[in-house]
Design a binder for this molecule. Structure first.
Ligand code: UDP
Length: 235
């Protein structure tokens, strides 16, 4: 499959790298260099980053935070991570633009599908921050939504696991990896590729998901070149 435009989902938690908290500049710079390589291959890249390294509304509510305020804190965390990635991309000469799901100038421009597509067509990486702008959603859902909106060929879900397994490989050593799997089989087997809202949106709108290990340098380029190192979830 040739990818002309992708929506890359990066988890906030992965940004902590070796540090275990906050933003690890080594991991951040690794991501930035991989993203620049993708653009150099002629791929248009839109990015959604999570905020789990800073704040999650659900865990906040378990500690007594109001859920809506906690989710708003989580969405702001994604903006912080997006600004960090923007800065790292700019530092290596990769043009990019931060969009925000709610009005927040001059931190970023208010997101619209048309502006984001225009950016990508001009060789800029479009960083789509602030989640969906609504509480009770996740950045996986934001990635599904934005991926569909910007008419991406696929959502690339960069994680620390190298694909979809029959069971959690970190808990079950006998788990085996799928090269490809259909959305229906993901449901039937009860696999958690992403949360159900996000998975269902991708299925209904025919957006395939490529799950791969983005924390190993060079993997993004490999997947874009057609190496079967992750798992392709298809309709
Ligand atoms: N969030 C939200 N609406 C969205 C996207 C995110 O309320 O559309 C909040 C939610 O509280 C979530 C937090 O932002 O826990 C951080 O996002 P997520 O947990 O998806 O980050 P990741 O796990 O990818 O680091």
């Amino acid at each position: 499959m040739k990818y002309n435009r992708i929506l890359l989902k990066l988890s906030g938690e992965s940004l902590t790298g070796e540090k275990g908290y906050g933003i690890d500049e080594v991991r951040l710079n690794d991501y930035a260099r991989q993203i620049k390589e993708a653009v150099q291959m002629g791929v248009q890249v839109g990015i959604v980053i999570g905020g789990g390294n800073i704040f999650r509304g659900l865990s906040g509510s378990q500690k007594g935070f109001d859920r809506v305020k906690g989710d708003q804190m989580g969405m702001l965390a994604t903006v912080i991570n997006s600004l960090a990635l923007s800065s790292a991309l700019t530092a290596i000469g990769q043009k990019n633009r931060v969009y925000t799901s709610i009005r927040m100038e001059p931190v970023g421009e208010l997101y619209s599908k048309w502006k984001a597509i225009e950016s990508m067509q001009n060789g800029e990486v479009a960083i789509l921050s602030g989640g969906t702008g609504n509480p009770f959603f996740t950045t996986d859902t934001a990635s599904a939504l934005r991926g569909i909106e910007i008419e991406a060929d696929a959502m690339f879900k960069g994680t620390r696991v190298d694909g979809v397994y029959t069971a959690d490989p970190e808990k079950d050593p006998s788990a085996t990896k799928f090269d490809t799997i259909s959305f229906d089989e993901v449901y039937d087997r009860g696999l958690r590729v992403m949360d159900l809202t996000a998975t269902t949106m991708c299925k209904q709108n025919n957006l395939p998901i490529v799950v791969f290990d983005m924390d190993t340098y060079g993997n993004l380029k490999k997947v874009l070149s057609g190496d079967n190192i992750g798992t392709l979830v298809h309709v």
